[in-house]
Every structure is written in structure tokens, then in C-alpha cells.
Design a protein. Sequence first.
Length: 231
Amino acid sequence: MENYKDINIGEIVTRDFRAAEIFKNAGIDFCCGGNQSLEQACKEKNLDSSILETELAKLENTTVNALHNFNEWNLDFLCDYIVNTHHKTVLKLLPQLTVYTQKIAQVHGPHHQELIAIANLFDKINEELLQHLRNEEEVLFPAIKELLNSNSAEAKATIISEITRMKGEHEFAGGAMDKINVLSDNYSVPADGCSTYQVAYKLLEQFEDDLHIHVHLENNILYPKALKLAI
């Protein structure tokens, strides 16, 4: 059994993507917060790290699905996967959630002030992510593919500058969704919540889950490997 306490959360999920579900259930951030050790993460959440270590150890005895072994994928293929899976999901949910969060803030905001804050935060997420995805698809990902096919100094410089900025944008989006999670009490719909309220919270939770995986694939796999090639 491996000693997981001192291994970074992001590295644990990179080695075995199935660990993401364990951390999600424990409320531990494995994407933007992936640089902290399991021991540190558990202390922050007042969790017993030995329980999570036992759950992680169980994974060692079962075969990893090759489809989820993202760490072994070629970078150009990983770029395309991120666009076709996660960018597609973000672009589908952003307009829906912008409408839903504004609507429930207007209707229920007088009795649930947190909805106004949630709507404002999501407006900022919407604005930030639209530009972020565009830059990845039009600038960063093409530069990564170019570098894989050549030793372009221009592609290297682009990768270094873009990734530095984009990691900061990930921090913003992840932090904003963390705040929404707290404000919504982990997406708990109150007794007076209507069907739109329920749909909005369900989609917000879905959006957050997808964003965690999306950012993990970039922060902990794609970006470090691309930077290693560029530096």
C-alpha cells in the first residue's frame, strides 16, 4: 500500500483518475487545489486522512480503465478531447445557467439574498470562461500542436506566456464556483424553491463537477507536459 499522505492531490488523480470521485465525495478540490498534499487537504476539511488512504488503496487492486488513463494520452489528442468534451459542455451550460441564475435571483432574491450573489458570480464566470476557451482553442492548443511537429521558438514562447495567464484564470473560475457552492449550501434547494430553482442548482452542480475534471486535465497533465517541451 502506497503512502499517500505526502503526495499532492493533483498527482494522485493524475496517476489514477478514479481517485477524483473519492476526493469529490470528500469535498476536496483536486484541480485548482491539486498542489496540496492529502495530509494538508484533510486538515483543512477536518477529515481523517487514513480513511481516504484506505479508499485510495482499494484502487490499487483493480484495473484502470484505459479510456480514463489521461496521463498516457498524446498531447494533441488530449487537446482535442478537452475541446470536444469539456469546452462543449461549458459552452452548452454557460448560457443556460446565466438565464437560470438571473431568473431565480429576480424571483427568490428578496427572501434568499445569496441568489443575487450567485447570479453576479456566475455572470463573471461566464465572461471569463468564454474568452478563456477561445484563447485555448485559437492560441494555446494550436501552439502545442505546432511544437509537437516542430521546434518552433514562437510556439514555445506562446505556450509559456499563455499557460501562465490561463492558470490564473482557472484559479478565478474555480474559486468563484467554490463560493457558489458555499452560498448555495452545496446546492441545497430550500422548501420554497420552484422547479427552476431546482434545475438551476442541479446544473450548477453539474457545471462544477465538469469544471473540476476540465481544470485537472489542464493544470495537472496538459500544462506541465507542454511546459516541459517548451522550456
